[in-house]
Design a protein around this ligand. Structure first.
Ligand code: ZN
Ligand code: ZN
Length: 680
């Protein structure tokens, strides 16, 4: 077949090898046909090389680099070839290279034609490069294409994407004739800036609308939270498509209107992968991880194949609820599907395993990665810190630096957290310096928060207060609360009162603040002051945020609040609590009564303490889980000292591991001690 290529009498139009190009599917096959053209020198004829290049591009538009090599073989490419390669770059989302190529094109003295300019303008829009866009606009005017409808319409679109609403409007107003694209782009430009009145006015003026016009307007209203108008418009769309459904649903999700989102999701005539992903990530982001996982399960049931974005959201929901088994299942499901573990997915897996309490598997995932990026190191360092494994975290941090990777702000958050949880004050101060001096990272409020946490836990309360007052950022209530809890721990009334005053100034309804302050007074026996705080709380209508603990049993999540009696197994649970209490007493356990807010009789305090939510969850675990299985609990507040010492003893009397994730870290209770070494 290939021997015929050496026949010099062949001319291009009747050249059968070219027609073979249509059936070749791989680059290798293409090369087999291409090589003889090179060998015979035919390739030097521009009409041959151009033909080869454009045929290749139509067949393999995604193999851009090879197309580029073919393009480079054309000695003097004409506008047609330039346009094709520019378009290919932009369609492959490599607009930046397209702009460089466009400059080459001008440099070679090839004049852009009316097809070139809209392509390049599109590239500028993709990059939000208004500066370059204006330059190209200059070329448009210079070359006399200022009134070409297609060029004008792409200019409106480009300026709209760049957020240059005035320029967009100027071009739009000058258009003698307007196509649908220019109308839609102009509406999108207004909607993007939240100028919904102008967008709506234009929408009404449109001679003809398509579903995209409706969706753009709806999206604009959804963005500014006008869901009523958005919904009314949605109901009016003559022919809805999946994108318009997705737009309205995502609006509801964004504003936490879960029921409305669900209602529409259930009414959708057909759902795309985007629809499923929207629901799952929307629910996860708005604090409904349990619902997010339900939708994920439903998606698998109806056999829709998830993509990486779906898995990232699902793993995030799993982490939130600390559902280790579910997380493991998703991981093996990914393996079964032959999912490529991308860098982002690997980070999600490390985060999931550490947040679900299994730092060992998180480390396994981390070690198995062929290429470790900063995000992976950061995730594992944060995980180790959360588990109180400060030395290990710092060791990895050193290793990461030694292989030449540059830690970022989040990595340092992990490092500082590790120091804080382990009481390594000296190292913490050192790394805080390293962060700004060596890496030029400007500390955020979270970094300062870590420092304050570390200093106040370890009793350096004056220094902690100093850090807050000297930092170049506006202090928030969270950072003052951190200091306040340090004061509670170390019984410092003076700084505690000061910190509490600062919290209340920023947030008069800060529940935790009143609770901490009254606890400080209670611990010092200053009942009058405590009563005053409680009076203020009542007066302001502040209610104590109840402690909440979650425990997973057979894929069902059971939730307990303090003194909860709503669980179907309540009777059994309370009997178990009595038994736990007796067993603890028999080995000399004394409840730490300073933890109770109310000034009540000691015996009553004991009762209140033994009904803290994690104790209820432990009782549930002891009843329902198989012997020897670790009990895993997630708590919304920090574990109180009484629960902490009780849980240590329970782990020995019942001979089982108890793993509690509170709002700041993990406690792994085993054989009567805790992984935090009583420092939390
Ligand atoms: Zn407690
Ligand atoms: Zn602990």
């Amino acid at each position: 077949m290939l021997a015929c290529c050496s026949n010099p009498s062949w001319t291009l139009p009747s050249f059968p090898a070219l027609s073979l190009l249509h059936i070749c599917t791989t680059t290798k096959e293409f090369n087999q046909i291409h090589t003889p053209f090179v060998k015979t020198g035919l390739i030097k004829q521009d009409h041959v090389s151009t033909k080869l290049f454009s045929l290749y591009l139509t067949l393999h538009s995604d193999n851009l680099d090879h197309a580029r090599r073919l393009f480079d073989q054309i000695q003097e490419p004409k506008s047609f070839a330039w346009n094709s390669i520019l378009k290919a770059y932009i369609n492959n989302h490599r607009s930046h290279e397209a702009l460089v190529l466009y400059h080459n094109c001008l440099f070679h003295g090839v004049s852009p034609n009316k097809f070139t300019l809209p392509i390049v303008i599109k590239g500028c829009g993709r990059l939000s490069a208004s500066e370059e866009g204006r330059q190209v606009h200059g070329h448009v005017l210079k070359m006399g294409f200022g009134f070409d409808i297609h060029t004008q319409s792409s200019l409106v679109d480009m300026y709209s994407k760049c957020g240059e609403i005035c320029f967009a409007k100027k071009v739009f107003d000058r258009m003698v004739e307007r196509d649908l694209i220019s109308w839609n782009s102009m509406i999108a430009a207004f909607a993007k800036c939240g100028e919904m009145e102008r967008a709506h006015k234009l929408f009404k003026e449109m001679p003809r609308k398509d579903v995209f016009s409706w969706t753009t307007l709806i999206n604009g209203y959804a963005k500014i939270g006008s869901m009523t108008i958005a919904k009314a418009l949605f109901d009016e769309i003559p022919e809805k498509n999946v994108v318009s459904w997705n737009t309205i649903i995502s609006g509801y999700l964004k504003y936490g209107q879960i029921d409305s989102a669900f209602h529409l999701f259930n009414c959708m005539p057909e759902r795309s992968l985007v629809s499923w992903n929207l629901m799952i990530s929307g629910l996860e982001h708005s604090g409904h991880p349990k619902k997010a996982l339900e939708v994920f399960d439903e998606m698998l049931k109806v056999r829709v194949r998830p993509n990486a974005a779906t898995i990232v959201s699902a793993l995030s929901a799993v982490s939130e609820l600390a559902l280790l088994n579910k997380g493991k299942w998703i991981h093996s499901y990914m393996d079964r599907l032959g999912f490529q573990i991308s860098a982002v997915l690997a980070t999600s897996l490390i985060e999931m395993y550490s947040k679900c309490g299994s730092i060992e598997i998180a480390l396994e995932v981390f070690r198995s990665l062929p290429e470790r990026r900063v995000g992976h190191w950061t995730a594992i360092i944060i995980g180790l810190a959360m588990h109180g494994l400060a030395n290990h975290a710092l060791k990895l941090f050193k290793e990461m630096r030694s292989v030449g990777l540059r830690p970022h702000a989040l990595t340092f958050l992990g490092v500082l957290n590790a120091c804080s949880h382990a009481g390594m004050v000296h190292e913490g101060r050192l790394y805080f310096e390293v962060m700004s001096h060596e890496y030029g990272i400007i500390p955020t409020i979270q970094h300062y928060g870590c420092m304050v946490d570390m200093l106040s836990r370890s009793g350096h309360l004056e220094e902690a207060k100093d850090v807050i007052e000297r930092m170049p950022l506006q202090a928030n209530e969270v950072i003052w609360m951190t200091l306040l809890s340090g004061c509670r721990k170390h019984g410092n009334i003076e700084i505690g009162e000061y910190a509490a005053k600062c919290v209340v100034e920023l947030d008069p309804n800060a529940t935790g603040c009143y609770v901490l302050l009254s606890n400080i007074y209670a611990a010092a026996g200053r009942w009058d002051d405590m009563a005053k705080v409680r009076e203020t709380m009542r007066w302001r209508g502040v209610r104590k945020d109840p402690g909440r603990s979650l425990i997973d049993h057979g894929g069902v999540i059971h939730e307990f609040i303090v003194g909860d009696r709503s669980h179907p197994q309540t009777e059994e649970i309370y009997l178990k609590l009595d038994e736990m209490h007796e067993r603890l007493k028999s080995i000399g356990y004394e409840p730490d009564k300073t933890q109770v807010l109310l000034h009540i009789e000691d015996s009553e305090k004991e009762v209140a303490l033994s009904y803290h939510s994690e104790k209820l969850a432990i009782a549930f675990g002891l009843i329902n889980l198989e012997r020897g299985m670790p009990i895993r609990i997630v708590k919304n507040l920090r574990v109180c000292p009484d629960c902490h010492s009780a849980t240590k003893l329970l782990s020995i009397t019942y001979g089982c591991d108890i793993i509690v994730r509170d709002n700041s870290r993990f406690h792994h209770f085993k054989n009567g001690s805790c992984s935090c070494m009583d420092y939390w």
